[in-house]
Design a protein around this ligand. Structure first.
Ligand SMILES: [Zn+2]
Length: 193
């Protein structure tokens, strides 16, 4: 039995979800766009879910990782209590390799990892893979800036990205030298249609 003293409990999470007393994080909007998971699937998974892990952060408190099913599809939902009556749904994803052997068990981590790079996500404990990130998007005073092809550590679970000191120096230099060039088409979805 997992001790959930300081983390949101399963019954509370279910109640809050049923009452729509929740907020989702921006990570989940990205999941909608990439069609990884829908809000209906998240709600379904919570309705029949159970807590499989508790993650504790020194400053942010405890989060509960819940496993539930939307039909046949296993879904993990990371839940937190904002201490003000809201359920926060931080991440939702389908557990799969290379992180998860099956919906309940993580793949055992071998050795100490690569040494030079982070191998565990600070936010969700997920495994980090070194990749080249196609696009980093930033909006500033009405303009959208895109930084392309940055080598980064990508969390395979929540999508958080980590950039090395070396790469960060290069990016900062390119920005200072105003080396922006080119434009791209942007697709806009209006919430108020
Ligand atoms: Zn992560």
């Amino acid at each position: 039995m997992i001790s959930t003293d300081d983390a949101p409990g399963i019954e509370w999470i279910k109640e809050k979800t049923k009452a729509a007393d929740y907020h989702i994080s921006e990570h989940i909007i990205r999941d909608f766009l990439t069609k990884k998971v829908t809000i209906r699937e998240i709600e379904d998974a919570i309705a029949n879910g159970r807590i499989i892990e508790i993650h504790r952060h020194p400053e942010k408190g405890a989060c509960a990782l819940l496993l539930g099913y939307a039909g046949e599809k296993p879904i993990h939902v990371m839940c937190a209590d904002d201490q003000d009556g809201w359920l926060l749904i931080l991440f939702a994803y389908v557990p799969a390799r290379p992180m998860w052997k099956d919906p309940v068990n993580r793949v055992k981590e071998g050795g100490k990892g690569m040494g030079e790079n982070l191998n565990k996500c600070f936010f969700c404990g997920g495994k980090i893979k070194q990749v080249k990130v196609g696009n980093f998007d930033y909006r500033l005073e009405g303009n959208l800036y895109v930084v392309k092809n940055i080598p980064a550590g990508l969390c395979m679970q929540c999508g958080e990205k980590y950039i090395t000191a070396k790469a960060s120096k290069k990016i900062n230099r390119l920005i200072e030298e105003d080396r922006f060039g080119g434009t791209e088409e942007v697709f806009v979805l209006k919430y108020e249609q």
